[in-house]
Design a protein around this ligand. Structure first.
Ligand code: NG6
Ligand code: CA
Length: 513
């Protein structure tokens, strides 16, 4: 039996011999079953942070294995240069900048994806997949003024996920507890949780007033309630038995991810596995602490790689590797000092989190959104490298094609079908892409246009070049990937072409062909 013929088909088919005789192998593999989809979504991991994209001071063998066995994309993007808008776009297929209230959310924000709309998980659910969101959420929960001690609703279960196990916002934002399905996991009802992003709440110490209690100190912000020796953004009280231990987050969510795979091995599944690493606070498990020589930021890259390894091992063990499309990517570009004194700056040395790119998280320059993007499905996808232009926002329309579904006109307004590029059948992705970092940019072919902006040039606390300039910027990405030479003055005709196209894409409210 060819390895393209899945175990699942084998189990399901009543007459395997008849099937084998009737249909050629390739058609059998693609038509008679639906591959699982595992999306591993790292946080703040830069284009140059993993060895398969050129990092040398840190080694990421498991992520590299995905690159060696799959396609390594060199021109793939997140839709935005920060988390919430990027994730919103990935799950809805809509550019977040079209909607108010999709910026980086506080931990008490309401759910910003409307129940009922077509999302990546609801699309796959319709195709018969079991779906789970595990890890970082940061898209809001509830309908406003949420009581964390009752059913948490609406949430992921109302927009297409059958199961969830969540870090509600970020590791550096309260509440520092996991949410499983509709409940805070491990909550003792006699010690209810309260959360506030306004006035201090409860009588627990804050980082601002009690720095002597901290095991990791903030460099900017992050000076409110102390949980596990680390002060956070926001205040919380109660829920002591439910609070996470930062050192264990990676292991906890990876165990949930592999358990979900095991549980659903006999049916198509979609796992959205959103790691906390390598976001702040960077608190590796002791087995990774000190191992990278680059301090906690390097250590959590190793930890992230090990989590990827656990997922791959589980697929191998269950014989599901060939039946599963694994996608590995990051929600936005890298940042070195993002608010805690964790020696990331001091120990960086020659490591270049953004590789050859300019800027980083928060930036309109390409390092804000050009991120690692790997796709692997042995037997279906030939290994290789691709420079096809694509965006995480395209997963929705692409998965619609791959599961034989038609999108309604209003669905996924900015998602392009790049399924041929994902499968390695084409080196062409989309022909243009709007990047978002506050300021909008347009990539078209070799060219990148950054619209004029009065915003600050530098994000001072993180020392990131934001790419803002009151004058239009134009870069030739083929000749100048590092966006060093603004050629707008030499190519006024290009600016005259791209500026109105960006305006048109904005005005028409959608861009899906
Ligand atoms: C910023 C935080 C930063 C990080 C970011 C969101 C401060 C000073 N900085 O406001 O630490 O949490 O928000 O990151 O509070 S993201 O990857 O979730 O978008
Ligand atoms: Ca992020």
């Amino acid at each position: 039996m060819g390895k393209q013929l899945s175990r699942r088909v084998f189990l399901r088919s009543t007459s395997l011999a008849a099937l084998a005789a009737a249909v050629p192998l390739r058609a059998r593999a693609s038509e008679s079953r639906q591959p699982n989809v595992v999306l591993i979504y790292a946080d703040d991991l830069g284009y140059g942070d993993v060895s398969c994209y050129g990092a040398t001071r840190v080694s990421t063998p498991n992520i590299d294995r995905l690159a060696a066995e799959g396609i390594r994309f060199t021109n793939a993007h997140s839709a935005s240069a920060t988390c919430t808008p990027s994730r919103y776009a990935l799950l809805t297929g809509e550019y977040a900048w079209r909607r108010k209230g999709t910026g980086v959310l506080p931990g008490d924000a309401r759910l910003i994806i409307e129940p009922g709309r077509t999302t990546l998980p609801s699309l796959l659910q319709r195709a018969g997949y079991k779906t789970s969101a595990i890890g970082k959420w940061h898209l809001g929960l509830g309908a406003g003024d949420l009581d964390w001690n009752t059913d948490i609703k609406p949430g992921p279960l109302d927009i297409g996920f059958d199961h969830c196990f969540l870090i509600p916002a970020t590791g550096d934002r309260v509440p520092c507890v996991f949410v499983e399905d509709r409940r805070v996991a491990g909550l003792d009802p006699s010690d209810p949780i309260q959360v506030s992003y306004g006035k201090p709440i409860g009588d627990e110490p804050t980082g601002r007033d009690h720095p002597e209690l901290l095991k990791m100190h903030p460099s900017h912000g992050h000076d409110m309630t102390i949980v596990n020796g680390i002060s956070r953004i926001g205040y919380m009280a109660g829920g002591k038995s439910a609070r996470w231990v930062d050192e264990d987050i990676a292991d906890t969510i990876t165990a949930k991810a592999t358990a979900f795979i095991e549980e659903h091995k006999a049916e198509p599944f979609f796992l959205y596995f959103a790691t906390h690493d390598v976001h702040v606070p960077r608190v590796p498990h002791p087995r990774f602490a000190g191992k990278s020589g680059m301090g906690p930021r390097g250590d959590v890259i190793l930890q992230l790689d090990a989590c990827v390894g656990e997922v791959l091992k589980t697929l191998d063990k269950l014989g599901l590797a060939d039946d599963t499309m694994v996608i590995f990517t990051s929600d936005n570009g890298p940042v070195v000092d993002d608010g805690y004194k964790d020696q990331a700056v001091e120990l960086l040395g020659e490591h270049k989190p953004a590789g050859p790119l300019r800027g980083g998280k928060y930036s309109a320059f390409d390092a804000g959104t050009r991120i690692p993007f790997l796709v692997r499905q042995p037997g279906r996808i030939e290994p290789g490298t691709s420079n096809a232009l694509l965006c995480q926002i395209d997963l929705l329309a692409s998965m619609a094609t791959l599961t034989d579904q038609k999108l309604a006109e209003a669905d996924a307004p900015d998602s392009f079908d790049v399924s041929s590029a994902l499968l390695g059948r084409s080196q062409t992705g989309r022909d243009h892409l709007v990047e978002h970092a506050g300021t909008l940019s347009l990539i078209q072919g070799n060219w990148k246009y950054i619209e004029p902006s009065k915003g600050a040039k530098l994000n001072k606390p993180t020392n990131t070049e934001l790419g803002n300039d009151p004058e239009p910027q134009l870069y030739n990405l083929t000749e100048d990937l590092g966006e060093k030479n603004n050629v707008a003055a030499q190519h006024p005709e290009k600016v005259k072409e791209m500026a109105p196209l960006l305006q048109k894409l904005r005005d028409q409210g959608r861009s899906r062909p």
